[in-house]
Ligand binder design. Structure first.
Ligand code: GLV
Length: 331
């Protein structure tokens, strides 16, 4: 008998077909909303789940799912998973790194440029019929070329963003939990600084750090007050890293120039204050959303699930395990 798995959200049909070779698949191709109770009910009796970054899989849920052996996120971030609880229960947790790095960094650049050069504000202005004539200060923005780029969180995506900065003649500063090896810093032309220096010196600050209790509201009123009044802030990482209310206030009072946000605390709800300030570009968590990358993420999540449940030719070590200690315990 094939093991049963749940795919929590609608997904590319070819991924369902692939999974169906090995598993009895409970899919959600109608994309019905699965709230916590529905998720719990649908997970009963399942050996694995292909989950989405919005599916909260915590200690309480794990405690009522004794048969669950693998939780495979279709996302690089995994703050939706209680990894210590999964590890304690011997459940393999996986994510989808690498395949989305360049697409996400491309989008980071799009959001940064739109923010610095007021692209969405300009389009709204034009569509509203406000463009009557040229004027020297119409929709003036701030430059990227030759400016100082700050990156908070220098993992794979941070490094991909730093590589793009070379073409813009930027000075790159970064802050991270740990400093990168010297050779990597040299190849990226990036200099490690303290968080305070990063806030004070960046003309453009990109947030690409993981979210957890230690990064909750890492950018709040105090940090915003340390930034230049001409600076921009872009959050590509997770909502909750920025205190959205404090940011809306800083934007309204022009204490920083502008912001670009792809992620929000409590998304898909967006803090109402952000919706009423003009100098913020808002996008609905789409940084990895190219068709090619989303297919690669879905296939990687499926490969992880197949390997984690010892099915098919991929039986063994899943390509991207978060809690390797579970794998070593299984051997
Ligand atoms: C998207 O936010 C991801 O973590 O992949």
């Amino acid at each position: 008998m094939k093991p049963s798995i749940l795919v929590t959200r609608a997904i590319f049909p070819e991924v369902i077909e692939r999974l169906a070779q090995y598993f009895d698949v409970d899919d959600n191709q109608q994309d019905a909303v699965l709230d916590a109770a529905a998720l719990k009910a649908r997970l009963a009796g399942k050996a694995g789940v292909l989950a989405n970054a919005a599916d909260r899989i915590d200690a309480d849920l794990v405690s009522v799912l004794p048969g669950l052996r693998a939780v495979c996120n279709m996302a690089v971030g995994y703050n939706n998973l209680d990894v210590p609880a999964l590890t304690a229960a011997g459940i393999v947790a996986t994510n989808t790194p690498d395949v989305l790095t360049e697409t996400t960094a491309d989008f980071g650049w799009a959001l940064l440029m739109a923010t610095a050069r007021r692209v969405t504000e300009a389009e709204h202005y034009l569509r509203a019929g406000k463009w009557q004539r040229w004027s020297y200060d119409m929709l003036v923005g701030v430059d990227l070329y030759g400016s100082t780029l700050g990156i908070l969180g220098m993992g794979r995506i941070g490094q991909a963003l730093a590589r793009r900065a070379a073409g813009f003649g930027m000075t790159v500063l970064y802050h991270n939990r740990s400093q990168l090896p010297e050779a990597t810093e040299r190849s990226l032309n990036a200099r490690y600084v303290s968080k305070a220096e990063l806030l004070e010196q960046s003309d453009h600050l990109l947030l690409v750090l993981p979210y957890g209790p230690e990064s909750h509201h890492a950018i709040g009123a105090t940090e915003l007050s340390q930034m230049k009044s001409t600076a921009t802030l872009v959050n590509l990482a997770r909502g909750g890293i920025v205190d959205d209310a404090a940011l809306a206030k800083a934007l309204r009072e022009k204490r920083i120039f502008a912001a670009g946000l792809d992620v929000f605390e409590g998304e898909p709800r967006v803090h109402p204050d952000l919706l009423t300030v003009p100098n913020v570009v808002l996008t609905p968590h789409i940084a990895s959303a190219s068709e090619k990358t989303r297919k690669a993420m879905a296939m990687l999540a499926a490969d992880n699930l197949i390997a984690a449940l010892d099915a098919g030719p991929q039986a063994g070590q899943p390509p991207s395990v978060i809690n390797l200690e579970v794998m070593s315990r299984r051997r």
